[in-house]
Design a protein. Sequence first.
Length: 79
Amino acid sequence: MQEERTVKYANDTITVLWRPDRCIHSAICIKGLGNVYDVRRKKWIEVNADTPEQIANQIDKCPSKALAYEWNATTFQNS
Ligand code: SF4
């Protein structure tokens, strides 16, 4: 099986995963956290532009699940 294309953006606390082939371009992420998601930037996801909790909450609203996240610090493990 071919592995799904995944782009990762990380800091010490959170890793944001973006699966571009799933994105339906609803722009919910951009409208919700425009400082984190900005398609005008080459690196369109900036994980240091808001708190990890805000980023995680926003990712939960992605309708296509193109966005996902993993906690990097064990103290934030919630799965
Ligand atoms: S919210 Fe999800 S589906 Fe919508 S543009 Fe962002 S990544 Fe794509």
